[in-house]
Design a protein around this ligand. Structure first.
Ligand SMILES: [Zn+2]
Length: 351
């Protein structure tokens, strides 16, 4: 643009018009995708209110669901990255998942069976003809995310349906049955309040002698009972930073893979005192706390020693939980309607 062009003449008008048109295009380009997202969100929203206003009704009229809900889950599904798997058990769980998903099957099977370990032993309690379905995603690092899992168990004579939901006040989401009962057990007065999941107990492997709590590095670890710190950091290669606390009743508690010990051998500790921070030291593949109880040579199951409990969602929380369940149900339905993906053998570098 030459500075000598007469201001106020026709060229000015032309530039102004061109500029305005360009600006309009830019505005359209920027706003259009947002507008589309807003439409999707608006379409997705309606399933919630019926659950909120009428929690007792489980099955809305099918034609209404088809008319109002079906377009949204497709878009929501694509955005979520979730996939679905379903199968019929005729040998064992791992095989069922392998048939459906190829090489990825066993790892996804393990995540699925972990959810239901509290109510049945998938190695012995599954029956030929049991059916399963799950919504899952696999992250780039290979971590499996499974917000919804359903198992029709003939032995129990019912569907076990685990739906992930973060209860108000909880640090992490957990899994819940449709009636608001928490799927995993909790230890009464356990060593850790905030954790993502109990990933191993004594039933998982014969040689595993404690309970593992998956939790980020740095989570406060408490001694559940009063006692005295006996030793720290023995067998460092395997246990990493660790503490051995002898409770006053003669039971020894081992806390392994810690990032930091906050007490020293000889210290007296009070029940509930924070004694360490969780970590990922020693032979540990992911951040977690290993909590083990022994008396003499005998390994004690923390579930037996502490007692376990199952929480229930507060009635005031049920509408939000049911809305989340409906959202995941719709995603699962949409994902199952897609043509089945061929099992892919992903050759990713180990690490
Ligand atoms: Zn462990």
């Amino acid at each position: 643009m030459s500075p000598s062009a007469p201001v106020g003449g026709r060229p000015w008008l032309l530039y102004a018009l061109l500029g305005a048109s360009l600006a309009m295009n830019l505005v359209m380009a920027i706003r259009w995708p947002r507008a589309r997202l807003e439409v999707d969100a608006a379409v997705e929203a309606p399933p919630a209110p019926p659950a909120a206003t009428d929690p007792g009704v489980d099955e809305p009229p099918p034609e209404e669901v088809a008319a109002t809900v079906s377009p949204a889950p497709d878009a929501a599904l694509a955005a979520s990255g979730f996939r679905a798997v379903q199968g019929v058990v005729h040998e064992n769980l791992s095989r069922t998942f392998q048939e459906a998903l190829g090489d990825a099957g066993p790892a996804i099977s393990a995540v699925f069976s972990r959810l239901f370990v509290w109510d049945l032993d998938v190695r012995t309690d599954l029956m030929k003809g049991d059916t399963l379905a799950a919504l899952y995603a696999v992250s780039d690092s290979g971590e499996i995310d499974m917000p919804l899992a359903i198992l029709h168990s003939q032995k129990l004579g019912k569907d076990l349906k685990a739906c992930r939901f973060q209860a108000p006040g909880d640090a992490y989401a957990s899994w819940w049955y449709p009636d608001g009962t928490e799927v995993p057990f909790r230890l009464q007065d356990g060593p850790i309040d905030d954790y993502i999941q109990i990933t191993e107990t004594l039933v998982d492997r014969k040689r595993h002698k404690g309970w593992d709590f998956k939790t980020p590095v740095g989570t406060p670890v408490k001694t559940p009972r009063a006692g005295k710190v006996v030793r720290e950091n023995w067998s460092f290669r395997g246990n990493g930073n660790c503490l051995d606390i002898r409770f006053d009743d003669g039971t020894n508690a081992y806390f392994l893979h810690l990032s930091e010990n906050l007490v020293k051998p000889g210290d007296r500790v009070a029940a509930g005192q924070v004694v360490a921070k969780s970590g990922n030291t020693g032979r540990s593949t992911a951040p977690h706390l290993h909590y083990q109880l022994v008396r003499g040579e005998r390994v004690i199951d923390p579930g037996d020693y502490h007692g376990t409990l199952r929480r229930h969602l507060d009635p005031s929380t049920m509408p939000a939980f049911q809305a989340e369940t409906a959202r995941l149900d719709a995603l699962l339905e949409a994902a199952l309607a897609l043509p089945p993906a061929l099992p892919q053998t992903e050759t990713s570098a180990p690490g």
